[in-house]
Design a protein around this ligand. Structure first.
Ligand code: SF4
Length: 416
């Protein structure tokens, strides 16, 4: 496939006539997972066939999914594979990504069942793990030695400012993350590493070990912005093992061990929480010394929420802007005002100052761990990971004047 845009039906919020101001808790109910046939459980099909992998595996390429395991193999985002030069393709309005996102891979896949995620366990009925879409794109699998060889000889042309290891929920992922990290630090010491952790299988000692091995930033994919949404989308509501308290325990450990500016959390906007809920978590994380990395909810094809609407743009833009004010402009949630539904109605600062920040556009870029450009610009730019190119939620580049005009209209609108 030549472009990041994946062929698929229009998402519900992009169909004519479906408009809303925000996604309510009542509307955002995941569907129930279907039973998985016994032969497909735990990567059964892939292990039974036991095809030997050879070189780069491009997902959904009409060949049998080989038996690939980390740390020998890692998956990477389509954008990272194009930037690294292991697959062909182009991206709309950008030529590369600045973050080499690596995903641990096993035939058994992630053993969690998060309702919004394309990697979730219930999909083993229909799709082998290495063929599943995740944040809207395919994830090619590449021998890790090949990745290290290319990076060690500077084959990326210094385009990667950061590498990130996504741990997933698997019994081997703690050990394998340590191996992948250690080998990277030995061979590519000038590109810092972030850890996208899996708190469910981790202890405080695991966090300390990753710090000692050379990880630069530790992040926690909290994703849900309140305990109810968490439980409904990635806990008991979908037979998934995660718990809100455990995620916060590991976040607190990360704050102490990695320190200020060196830890953060992922939050998804539009899963039924209020804007006040999201910004409460953003403020809590900022007060601990960390940053929030925001994702616009998008109905991932094949997930348990693929029938639900993406976050309406007005809701998303308000939260995106307020999060930037809290994280990088020393504003506080206490100065902002919300209506009775938790919708943000006043940013608590002079309009002229707010206009300057909106016009600068940085607040609307993809948020995540920083690279070399600026502290408030993410290396992890995830091109089109939370929206189609025709209606960008997180800009993977500096928005131009026309983009800012559209953002202003979305901020001013009460409907998507
Ligand atoms: S733990 Fe992460 S990778 Fe696994 S299903 Fe949940 S969100 Fe997806």
């Amino acid at each position: 496939m030549g472009c990041l845009e994946m062929p698929r039906d229009a998402a519900p919020d992009f169909r004519p006539g479906v408009k809303a101001d925000h996604n309510t808790a009542e509307a955002m109910i995941p569907r129930a997972p279907a039973p998985v046939p016994a032969d497909a459980r735990n990567g059964g099909r892939v292990k039974e066939r036991d095809e030997v992998p050879s070189g780069v595996y491009l997902p959904n390429n009409n060949i049998l999914t080989p038996h690939m395991r980390s740390p020998a193999y890692v998956q990477m985002s389509t954008a990272a594979a194009i930037t690294l030069g292991v697959m062909n393709g182009y991206m709309h309005r950008t030529s590369c990504t600045r973050c080499l996102n690596l995903l641990l891979t096993y035939p058994e896949g992630c053993r969690a069942n998060c309702a919004y995620c394309g990697l979730a366990r219930h999909r083993e009925a229909s799709r082998d793990y290495a063929d599943r879409n995740f944040i809207r794109v395919d994830w090619p699998a590449v021998p890790y030695d090949d990745v290290l060889d290319i990076m060690e000889r500077g084959g990326d042309g210094d385009r990667f400012h950061r590498m990130c290891i996504s741990m997933i929920t698997h019994p081997n992922s703690d050990d394998d993350t340590r191996v992948v990290l250690k080998r990277w630090v030995e061979r590519v010491p000038d590109v810092p590493v972030s850890i996208l952790s899996n708190p469910t299988t981790m202890s405080r000692l695991d966090v300390q070990t990753l710090k000692d091995l050379g990880a630069d930033i530790f992040t926690v994919a909290l994703d849900a912005a309140n305990p109810d949404v968490f439980d409904r989308t990635r806990g008991r509501g979908v037979q998934s093992p995660h718990s809100w308290d455990k995620y916060w325990d590991i976040m607190k450990a990360a704050a102490e061990i990695f320190g200020p500016e060196k830890f953060g959390a992922h939050l998804i906007v539009g899963m039924g929480e209020s804007e006040h809920d999201v910004l409460t978590q953003v403020q809590r994380i900022r007060d601990m010394g960390g940053h929030s990395h925001m994702f616009a909810f998008f109905p991932e094809k094949g997930s348990l929420m693929d029938h639900l609407p993406a976050v309406p743009r007005p809701q998303w833009r308000r939260v995106q802007l307020a999060r930037y004010l809290i994280d990088y402009r020393d504003r506080r949630i206490d100065d902002m005002r919300f209506d009775t539904t938790g919708k943000l109605v006043d940013y608590g600062m002079p309009q002229a100052d707010l206009d300057d920040i909106i016009n600068a556009g940085v607040a609307f870029r993809t948020s995540g761990c920083p690279g070399k450009e600026a502290e408030d610009v993410s290396a992890c730019d995830r091109p089109y990971g939370d929206s189609p190119a025709r209606d960008i939620a997180s800009y993977p580049f500096q928005p131009n004047k026309q983009d800012v005009r559209l953002i202003r209209r979305q901020l001013a609108s009460t409907k998507s």
